[in-house]
Design a protein around this ligand. Structure first.
Ligand code: SR1
Ligand code: MG
Length: 429
């Protein structure tokens, strides 16, 4: 595809990228040395884009370019380049709201759908670290700050009605990316769809039962409607552990190309779901029984701390930074008003928790039966062992989706996960 063009857009492979970067004085100075000496490597392992690491004798950068199609599938699945615009817009807003928690932006070209960012080194994709059984002590503090601040400050609790509507409009054109989510997460895993796949034959029966489970179909459809019709705040939109880069002491959230105004529980649920999948996959990565026990305990503690930390920070912002048009101060005057508003804040968080539980379930099921899987499970070599881990995750997810309100606290979720750690599912085949 080198040299492919859509209007003035062209896909930049190594030589063209080198020339392009050489024409950007600030970037060239950051890299240092002659352009011919820059090392350029394509490292993209996501589903959609090209990602290059470029290193000169002084420094390095990351370059992301959107392709006019879905990389995972190929040119048969076109996808608008405008997603690079929304990603840039989201990263800019997130950098204001959660400084230090997203990569620094160095350059953006709308026509080329290309963004140059700070090179994150020695950060690794968190999902890869979790597969290896690595713990990240800084993660809870950073991800809870990121979610609480980006969600609170883009909501009606912090913005005027006019600001909020303008903000919704700024992201409303990203509907092709929303449609991917609407299809791949909220629809396809529950019906026959050409792109679905699962660990066959072991999960054949479970896949069929999902297609026949009307309680599940109602629950996923309610979640889909909430996703489509609840612009509560600016979502990252794809906040899984492959969109988070970490070291022991730092966290950076990357890749918000699915950003739009949607229900907050979708982002929070994505983080929790991916931690829970890391938990269920862990036994499949053991070389000796029990060797990853400490890691698994850390993962479940992290699930609890992520929700509890997020809720505490979000509530704290609401108590001190609420300048939006929702919940007018004039309606909650005096001690009586303050007390009633505090009860209402708790009720709001409880509803958000129920949404989070449901969305976490949806995010889990899509990774096991839909198009896009994750390496937590995929790197379990023995398919039977992989299917066992996946079936445990699905059992929890079905309960979380159909009976979300029965999970009153995050400890209810981790308790249920712990009980399924050694559950032996009946497999097909
Ligand atoms: C066709 S895109 C498949 C998935 O990759 C992205 O990371 C999103 O999760 C999307 O659903
Ligand atoms: Mg991505």
């Amino acid at each position: 595809m080198t040299g492919s063009r859509v209007g003035d857009y062209r896909i930049l492979q190594e030589a063209a990228l080198r020339d392009y970067l050489a024409g950007l004085p600030e970037i060239a100075a950051l890299l240092g040395g002659a352009p011919a000496g820059w090392a350029i490597t394509e490292v993209g392992d996501g589903n959609l884009n090209l990602v290059f690491i470029v290193k000169g004798n002084r420094g390095g950068i990351a370059v992301k370019q959107a392709l006019p199609y879905v990389r995972l599938v190929g040119e048969s699945w076109p996808l608008p380049l405008s997603r690079a615009h929304y990603e840039y817009l989201a990263l800019s807003r997130q950098a204001e709201l959660a400084p230090g928690l997203v990569p620094a932006l160095l350059h953006h070209n709308e026509t080329l759908a290309l963004t140059v960012m700070e090179l994150l080194e020695p950060h690794v994709i968190m999902r890869k670290g979790l597969v290896a059984g690595t713990r990240y002590p800084r993660f809870v503090e950073d991800i809870t700050t990121f979610m609480a601040r980006t969600l609170f400050f883009t909501s009606d609790l912090a913005l005027t009605a006019a600001e909020k509507k303008d903000a919704i409009a700024a992201f409303a054109g990203n509907h092709a990316l929303c449609k991917i989510t609407e299809d791949l997460i909220f629809t396809d895993p529950y019906r026959v769809a050409a792109q679905n796949r699962w660990t066959a034959p072991y999960l054949d029966g479970l896949a069929a039962s999902l297609r026949d489970d009307m309680e599940l179909h109602v629950a996923i459809s309610r979640l889909k409607l909430k996703f489509m019709a609840s612009p509560e705040g600016l979502l990252h939109g794809d906040l899984h552990t492959g969109s988070i880069m970490v070291t022991e002491g730092e966290t950076r959230v990357i890749d918000p190309e699915f950003a739009f105004y949607g229900p907050m529980g979708f982002d929070v649920g994505a983080v929790l779901a991916n931690l829970l999948m890391a938990y269920f996959a862990s036994s499949g990565h053991e070389r000796a029984p029990g060797e990853r026990q400490a890691f698994e305990s850390w993962v479940l503690q992290t699930v609890e701390k992520v929700w509890n930390g997020f809720a505490r920070k979000f509530l704290g912002l609401w108590r001190t930074e609420a300048r939006g048009d929702a919940y007018p101060v004039s309606l909650f005057a005096g001690d009586k008003g303050a007390a009633r508003l505090e009860i209402e804040r708790q009720a709001y968080l409880q509803r958000l928790f129920t949404d989070t539980v449901g969305f976490a379930a949806a995010k889990t099921i899509r990774r096991i039966f839909g198009l896009a899987h994750n390496i937590d499970f995929e790197l379990i070599e023995d398919p039977k062992s992989r299917a066992i881990s996946e079936a445990r995750a699905v059992r929890l997810a079905r309960g979380m989706m159909v009976e979300a309100v029965a999970f009153r606290t995050i400890a209810d979720v981790t308790g249920a996960a712990r009980k399924l750690r050694d559950w032996q599912p009946e497999l097909s085949g």
